[in-house]
Design a protein around this ligand. Structure first.
Ligand SMILES: [Cu+2]
Length: 112
């Protein structure tokens, strides 16, 4: 490889850290459903970064994790854990609820 090609290759390497960061695995945010409530009820995440909600339903029956703002609607069978990918959010508050027990199962994601 000539000196010019080597310099170009180094330049290309130097330009890639942003790409490497974008490829990092998204952070995981655990939420538990127990006695028809979410624990915690408020989840704080970094705005602008996609993440994965890891929702564990400890109740015997199914629950549906639903959020109109996040456009998510997923049934989690009793005793199961579901991983739900969430897109990068703008700063703000995004409510969610358990559709099968909507009077008690309420929470929100706060992106900041
Ligand atoms: Cu629904």
């Amino acid at each position: 490889m000539g000196a010019l090609a080597a310099a170009l290759a180094l330049g290309a390497l130097a330009a890639t850290p942003g790409v490497a960061r974008a490829a990092d695995p998204p952070s995981e945010v655990p939420i538990v459903i127990e006695q028809n409530r979410f624990q915690p009820e408020e989840v704080r995440v970094k705005a602008g970064a996609a993440f994965v909600l890891v929702v564990t339903n400890k109740d015997p029956g199914p629950e549906e994790f639903e959020s109109k703002e996040l456009r998510i609607e997923k049934v989690i069978p009793g005793g199961k854990t579901l991983r739900i990918r969430v897109r990068a959010l703008k700063p703000g508050t995004y409510p969610f609820f358990g559709e099968y027990h909507a009077s008690t199962a309420k929470g929100r994601i706060v992106a900041e």
